[in-house]
Design a protein around this ligand. Structure first.
Ligand code: ZN
Length: 389
């Protein structure tokens, strides 16, 4: 920590870069738990206050990585002239924001996170800030970025809490990362997900020196990268159909199977219109052929032929189903993520015989068809692949 409180209740804040003018004399106490803390005047590490060993404080222990990231962000925000305040204790929340600053009339709390935390805790922290009219900015250590050569990222469940929407044009959402040593922000735009664990995403990296605070808050407008992963999509659909062991793995498949069982069918015979990548799909932990089949079977199928519907109607019907039988990610900073995924999915279905665009909404022009055999399903998948992409 860079801050502590003296016996007299006076607040002492170390500037991360210069150590002159420490006001107040020891003993120093932690602003969060009030335990006595020690001033470490490191020659290599930055000066900081540390809890004693075995401290029970929620602010302890703090890794060097965390201290460094916080300092780099603080110095960067100082250069942006937004008068950042380091480690602000918020009594109503019973916690300390890493950095607090105001910009354009809004108050922002930077939460720099290196270690994994339970997703519930991240959601709670986010909602606490929001209820106090503070906008949290989750920034993760770039050491957390895990990916392979085919743009596949493995993103920890809690990291999704920090997903924010781009404000200017595309309204795509992104996660924010920082490399303190490299002096770079990285923005990860999730594009498509196969399951809760695997997400295809585009990564954009910007030097701290060429990034503005508005850019950080509103997120950079970026062009979608080349979707090389699309080439493997048909193969994935093939596995969903033919590999029986796969659909037993998903704990929620039981509920989706009920929808199929009502029609004397099962998941491998899912409609060829289901299981495609659409923007916003990353909000589902449920695999795409499951949730898209749920849209088709629970909402579209019961609808009489030639009925028109709006996104609002569909969302009002489908959202309770989604919350009931599907697994959703917790992204409290994104507005109506399920509606957005639905909208994109219906737009994709416009290219199929199922739907036609009708004003602001759509009209159902064909019934939902369940393939009679797996071979037939996969044959239709191949036709749809060339039709849709
Ligand atoms: Zn403490």
């Amino acid at each position: 920590m860079f801050s502590a409180v003296t016996k007299q209740g006076e607040r002492v804040i170390l500037h991360p870069a210069s150590h002159t003018g420490i006001s107040g004399s020891p003993p120093y106490h932690c602003p969060v738990c009030n335990e006595e803390v020690v001033l470490k005047k490191g020659k290599v590490r930055r000066w900081h206050f540390a809890h004693r060993h075995h401290s029970l404080c929620r602010a302890a222990p703090e890794s060097e990585e965390h201290l460094e990231g916080k300092a780099v962000l603080y110095e960067w925000l100082e250069r942006q002239n937004v008068s950042p305040r380091l480690e602000v204790f918020l009594p109503d929340l019973g916690r300390q924001a890493d950095i607090l600053f105001t910009w354009n009339g809004g108050t922002y709390a930077v939460e720099y996170q290196c270690a994994s935390i339970p997703p519930e805790e991240a959601v709670q922290r986010t909602n606490d800030y929001l209820s106090h009219h503070i906008q949290p900015l989750w920034i993760y250590s770039s050491d957390r970025l895990r990916f392979d050569r085919s743009q596949r990222y493995s993103i920890h469940a809690f990291e999704w809490t920090g997903l924010r929407e781009e404000q200017a044009g595309t309204r795509c959402s992104a996660l924010t990362y920082l490399s303190p040593a490299g002096g770079r922000f990285s923005f990860l735009y999730p594009r498509a997900s196969l399951s809760s664990a695997i997400t295809y995403a585009d990564l954009y990296t910007v030097e701290l020196s060429s990034m503005s605070v508005s850019g950080l808050i509103q997120l950079p407008s970026v062009v979608q990268g080349e979707r090389t992963w699309m080439q493997t999509w048909l193969n994935t659909k093939k596995q969903w159909r033919y590999s029986r062991s796969r659909w037993h793995l998903y704990p929620d498949s039981r509920y989706v199977r009920v929808l199929f069982a009502d029609r004397r069918s099962d998941i491998p015979y899912f409609p060829a219109e289901a299981g495609w990548p659409v923007e916003g799909m990353t909000h589902f932990n449920t695999p795409p052929h499951h949730w898209q089949s749920a849209v088709l079977l629970s909402f579209l199928d019961p609808l009489p032929l030639y009925t028109s519907f709006s996104l609002q109607t569909a969302a009002a019907e489908f959202c309770p189903v989604a919350e009931d039988i599907l697994r959703l990610k917790q992204s409290p900073l994104v507005n109506h993520p399920v509606d957005k995924a639905l909208e994109q999915y219906f737009r994709l279905l416009e290219k199929t015989p199922l739907l036609q665009k009708n004003g602001d909404g759509w009209k159902k022009v064909n019934g939902v068809y369940l393939p009679a055999s797996i071979d037939e399903g996969y044959k239709m998948d191949k036709q749809y692949f060339s039709l849709l992409f």
